[in-house]
Design a protein around this ligand. Structure first.
Ligand code: ADP
Length: 255
């Protein structure tokens, strides 16, 4: 259930790697139903922020709340239970499993803890569960992947592989989806399709936070954009507003 406040609250999150502050007191709030863009030059801390939100990194300071509840210290599979799903900048599909199996392994939230280590074993278990199979097939259908269900990911165009990764994230039924550079490596038509997919996800009631270098996509998708530079939030607002902010222009000129 979503409380009256924002769905995602990042409060003064810092993350230090040895001498380097990858994030410095970063705060942002994302309302339910929003598509929030996170942009910034390379090395500005975007992926680190996702890694903190999704429980891969323990922050050096600050708190993250999901639906009002603090989620600090929770492991990624526990956050999956709490309704969080994400994709990675580099594809993490199992190349020895079919498209359908890749989605199936993530279909059962109660098992997501082991998916990386036990994927092949798990697919055997999950495959026997008719309800999960139906859910995976519904995802393939929703994302236009039914025709590729029995193919191995590597044999498919990159844009399709990206879509499989999104379908896999969505099959756990998240309320918050984090997308890390989903347009990387896609051609113009694939980017357009991706935009439609992200909108359809939001329209189905899921809140989306998207890290993206493709400014055209971010500007067309997001009502609000948060700009990071050197681990700090340097601007936040609507697309036109942030694009006109002198600090943002400076940060990008130095990239
Ligand atoms: P972005 O996603 O905006 O390109 P990152 O979050 O990947 O930026 O990186 C922010 C900074 O933190 C960079 O200087 C990067 O080298 C550093 N960094 C990220 N992850 C680690 C890590 N696991 N160990 C050490 N330094 C890291």
């Amino acid at each position: 259930p979503v409380g009256p406040g924002p769905l995602l609250e990042v409060q003064q999150i810092s993350k230090r790697f040895r001498g380097l502050w990858a994030l410095r007191e970063v705060s942002l709030s994302v309302g339910a139903g929003e598509i929030r863009g996170i942009v910034g030059p390379n090395g500005s801390g975007k992926t680190t922020l996702f890694n903190v939100i999704s429980g891969l990194y323990r922050p050096s300071g600050g708190t993250v709340r999901l639906g009002g509840a603090p989620v600090g210290g929770r492991r990624p599979y526990q956050l999956s239970h709490a309704g969080l799903a994400r994709t990675f900048q580099n594809l993490r599909l199992f190349n020895n499993l079919t498209v359908r199996e890749n989605v199936l392994v993530a279909a059962d939230r109660s098992r997501t803890r082991g998916i990386w280590r036990y994927a092949v074993w798990q697919v055997g278990v999950v495959r026997r569960d008719r309800a999960l199979r139906a859910r995976a097939d519904a995802m393939l259908d929703q994302f236009g992947l039914s025709a590729f269900a029995d193919a191995l990911p590597r044999s498919l165009p990159y844009g399709i592989q990206r879509r499989v990764e999104i379908a896999r994230a969505m099959v756990s039924g998240p309320r918050l989806l984090l997308l890390d550079e989903p347009a990387a490596g896609l051609n113009g038509e694939e980017v357009r399709q991706l935009g439609e997919i992200v909108r359809s996800i939001r329209d189905s009631g899921v809140t989306v936070v998207i890290i993206e270098h493709n400014m055209g996509l971010v500007m067309s998708l997001c009502e609000r954009i948060t700009v990071l530079a050197s681990g700090e939030v340097i601007a936040e607002g609507g697309p036109a507003e942030v694009a006109a902010t002198p600090r943002v222009i400076e940060a990008y000129l130095g990239d």
